[in-house]
Ligand binder design. Structure first.
Ligand SMILES: [Zn+2]
Length: 311
């Protein structure tokens, strides 16, 4: 087998486990997708605690194109994810995948290395590798969804806390949020600037969620968004900020008020670029496919057994 053929047949699986939907991709090392599936996350519910892992393995094995082989599997999950044990601890959003040895069960069944990370991290990996942040050494990826996921990707790797865990940057205090956060604090940024917060803002203005809102509503949301962005960019000083999530589809409305607020801040002699993400709905799954690639590199062929390392 030629090296070129072996490389073409070596593919990576990426899974984006969300509270509502799960997206799975089989991709090559260039981010090209060879198979894509989206299913309701509840379709992995089973009668036994470990059923979700088996059902996810079955779904991935069905996606492998004939003549190809998987080299590794990556999973991005709606956190919290314990990056030491690989165990998801999110019984509210991911009850079927929480509290089980998902990584170990899948690795045993597939004979492949399996890694897991926070969903904000995998979105950041995709955007910094193939998306809007490509070419920047330091990318702060902010994903606006039910909450706010924040990941700082430096030199292709996510910034960790001193304990090896993912820093929850959506829960920085911004003041005046008016509503307590589920995390126990009462000033969390994600309470006023997540996609869910945008929907609530529109309702307060008498609009339907996700409606075509007038400029002043977008200006108010941009103001909320910048309250946390300013803190993050001041502390982290990334070379680019990438905004990810469904709000990007309304970038035409958000861009001008967002940049207007940010332009009034002094970042010193190096302005921070704020860019809309370009990876779309596949950012999480494609980014997850990078988790094994960053650990084991470009395998020439076949499966690399064992080597389960949830970090
Ligand atoms: Zn919080």
């Amino acid at each position: 087998m030629s090296d070129a053929l072996a490389e073409a047949k070596a593919l990576w699986a990426g899974v984006d486990l969300g509270g509502t939907g799960t997206r799975m991709v089989v991709a090559d090392s260039s981010g090209g997708t060879h198979a894509v599936e989206s299913v309701p996350t509840r379709s992995f519910a089973g009668s036994a605690p470990d059923d979700a892992a088996s059902l996810l393995v079955d779904a991935l094995l069905d996606m492998i194109p004939s003549g190809s082989g998987l080299v590794g599997v990556g999973i991005g999950a709606s956190g919290p994810v314990d990056l030491t044990t690989g165990v998801i601890n999110n019984p509210d959003t991911l009850p079927w995948f929480s509290g089980i040895d998902l990584v170990g069960l899948m690795a045993d069944r597939m004979g492949l290395p399996v890694w897991i990370d926070n969903d904000a991290v995998v979105a950041g990996l995709a955007e910094s590798t193939w998306g809007a942040g490509a070419g920047h050494d330091s990318v702060l990826c902010v994903t606006l969804g039910t909450g706010i996921g924040v990941a700082l990707i430096e030199g292709g790797q996510p910034r960790r806390g001193g304990d090896g865990q993912h820093p929850e940057g959506g829960h920085i205090a911004v003041g005046g949020t008016g509503s307590p956060c589920y995390c126990g604090l009462d000033q969390c940024w994600e309470q006023v600037a997540s996609r869910s917060a945008l929907d609530r803002l529109m309702v307060r203005h008498g609009l339907e969620p996700w409606a075509d809102a007038p400029r002043e509503v977008w200006a108010e949301y941009a103001s909320q968004l910048t309250r946390g962005l300013i803190t993050h960019t001041s502390i982290q000083r990334p070379s680019a900020v990438v905004i990810s999530g469904s709000v990007v589809s309304r970038w035409d409305h958000l861009r001008e008020p967002l940049l207007t607020v940010l332009a009034n801040r002094d970042y010193g002699d190096r302005p921070v670029e704020v860019l809309p993400g370009t990876m779309g709905d596949e950012a999480g799954a494609l980014g997850a496919s990078l988790l094994p690639q960053r650990r084991i590199g470009h395998a020439s062929s076949g499966a690399t057994a064992g080597n389960v390392d949830p970090r």
